[in-house]
Ligand binder design. Sequence first.
Ligand code: SPV
Ligand code: MG
Length: 436
Amino acid sequence: MIMKKVKTIYVPMGADILHSGHLNIIKTAKKYGKVIVGLFTDAAIGEYKRLPLINYKQRLEIMKNIKGVDHIVKQDTWDYSKNLKKIKPDFLIHGDDWKVGIQKQTRSNVLKLLGQWGGKLIEVPYTNENKIKISKNSISEIFFNPNTRVSRLKRLINSKKIVRFIEGHNPITGLLIENLTIDFKKEHREFDGIWSSSLTDSVSNGKPDNQSLELSTRISNLNSTMEVTTKPVLFDADNGGRIEHLPYTIRNLERLGVSAIAIEDKIGLKSNSLFKVQNKNNHDTIENFCLKIKTACETRRSEDFLIVARIESFILGKNLNDALDRAEKYSKAGADLILIHSKLETPKEVFKFAKQFKKSKYYKPMVAVPSTYSKVTERQLIKNGFKIVIYANHLLRAAYPAMEKVAINILKNKRSFDIEKNIISIKKILNMIPSN
Ligand code: SPV
Ligand code: MG
């Protein structure tokens, strides 16, 4: 008797918030044979859209219990070739939404591959009902409590090549960072988090960046940005203030849902690191700064709240050895990430540092703030081992000249009509914020 071979069908899926659309695909797939789900890892999803609400392990547990699913394999990129070549499924099923947009290329690759062994592509109408969208939003709200928000940065670090922060100094800049996404050069791009900068917080409050705007005031102000956003926040705490006060700062930030604190190893009257003259700043001793790191580590409630040790050796004219020595000791004291700062116009010194530090047994992921060496690309930073890039002051620097231009135009014309076409309409600005 000739045994009929059971056909296999490959089902790529993120399965973050399961809805009728997913179940429909699995039900349809089941009619064709053995259902093999290619479950996207967090890293794969992070390649081209926002991280899923629930992590891979949890999604795997859920999928294992879905009726109709026979087998699950890890789908760790958006390129299905590896799994398809291995499994050689008779069918692949997908929503028809990928005929356009950035997944178009993936679709044609899949068609080509399937053709090699006579496999077929089955496309089902994509489920994009408004009801599902609404329930997705309300489920996100349930998932987004301060705890899950805190741990999101760690998840991003573990799943993205580079985590991209940009400065946000008030709720409206926070909203811009939250919502802006572009599809560009076949890639989905967005900012992953908000840098709460001492520079832009101070300047937007009409104060110099010298801690005259107190930490506690900055944290209270930050609350209103946290309220309207969900992305991770990295808080620039200057030198963290007095050790005795640090536990309160850490607990406040963690309670708000902030993901990480950056503390720099300078003492004395603080001035911004990008100023040429740093004569009022002294370098903290390694011992004292390590004590700060240890205090921060001991007082945080969760290890998902990350401590970024910021090394100012290059800013203060010290050499590579000083920076490396500090990096190792800060790492040993418990720092989760090392921010190596520089005010050169090229990344020369930070890359030299990175090359050495990568070899150290105390290596920790590195953070770059390319404000002066802004020609550097994210690709170069990745190549040199950086895990976080911070665009530290750009939205404030963009806003001021834009406002100034409009104000000058009104003064010149003694009316606002002439500049109206260059500014957002009242309707649009109001509609940016939903009323309920
Ligand atoms: C900030 O944004 O406040 C920073 C980065 O600390 S820098 O301005 O380069 O010191
Ligand atoms: Mg600062």
